[in-house]
Design a protein around this ligand. Structure first.
Ligand code: FPP
Length: 281
């Protein structure tokens, strides 16, 4: 659950962690409080097609360029010591796209995993894949398995790639897993939020505190429906291939300006009173 605190010691990045920076990035980084970053950032990487269209390029050129943005976002979040980053790479609805585009996206992901493994290892990133991965082409399944195995011992940021992912499908999968466990045990107790969360693909991860969506659409698009219950949503007009490090730092700064109340009231507005109830109780 969102309000549940895990007892992991807070790791804070040094301001120098990002290495050489542009003056704009340095200015943004200076304003950022590195002790108050989101624990989990989730991203809907939208706008690759539009980016390509604007340049009279085929859509796949937009996806290729988007992979570079994924690379810089992953490295920046890892260096800032964000605990988890989830990228929405392919939804259950994306099978409706032309076969050539789907094949290209799968190929791009496989290429990414092969080429970027040294960088992932160097940054101690642990990989997870969220979604019905068992329905992916067998070559992709193998690469996904290998990437998880190769990075399983890493203690840094958890990088989740949502692949053949749907938020509703995830909740259904969790419910069915609970039912399967209960079969034969005659258990009739109610399902709790904690129990459901334990059966989601994101088991063990904090819920996203920040959801970023590029290219302006005000939609959640079936992404992490359960987990984003209390997430701050940041929508930018910037198309995904243009979402560089400075734009990411801006999103993090915007997150720090928001006041998170989890359904309560502003701190100090009733400082003499204890909450009547604690969430989930
Ligand atoms: C949405 O843009 C983007 C996707 C469906 C694919 C995202 C995939 C990548 C960025 C590449 C691989 C990812 C990783 C993690 C290496 P769109 O095509 O819907 O854009 P549009 O709305 O402008 O048409």
């Amino acid at each position: 659950m969102s309000l549940m605190k895990t007892h992991k010691t807070l790791q804070v990045a040094a301001p120098s962690a990002l290495g050489p920076m542009t003056p704009e990035e340095a200015q943004l980084l200076e304003k950022l409080d590195l002790t108050r970053l989101p624990r989990h950032v989730a991203v809907i990487m939208d706008g690759n097609g539009r980016w390509a269209q604007k340049r009279h390029l085929p859509r796949i050129a937009g996806h290729r360029s988007g992979t570079q943005t994924a690379r810089s976002t992953i490295e920046t979040c890892a260096r800032l010591k964000v605990e988890a980053l989830t990228l929405y790479a392919f939804s259950v609805e994306n099978w409706r796209r032309p076969k050539t585009e789907i094949d290209f996206l799968m190929q791009l992901l496989r290429e990414y995993l092969r080429k970027e493994m040294p960088l992932l290892q160097k940054n101690k990133i642990r990989m997870r894949f969220l979604g019905r991965t068992e329905e992916l082409p067998s070559g992709v399944q193998n690469d996904v398995r290998e990437a998880m195995e190769q990075t399983a011992g890493n203690q840094g940021m958890v990088l989740c790639i949502a692949l053949n992912y749907g938020g509703r499908a995830e909740i259904i999968d969790a419910m069915n897993a609970i039912l399967a466990e209960r079969n034969g045990h005659g258990e009739r107790t109610a399902i709790t939020e904690e129990q459901l969360a334990r059966h989601l693909y994101t088991d063990g991860l904090p819920d996203p505190d920040l959801l970023i969506r590029t290219s302006g659409e005000m939609r959640v698009s079936n992404f992490l429906l359960w987990q984003i219950a209390y997430a701050e949503i940041f929508v930018t007009e910037t198309l995904w291939p243009d979402f560089n490090r400075a734009r990411l730092l801006e999103a993090l700064l915007e997150f720090q300006k928001r006041e998170r109340r989890y359904g309560g009231i502003r701190e100090g507005d009733a400082s003499d009173e204890k909450p009547a109830r604690v969430a989930g109780q």
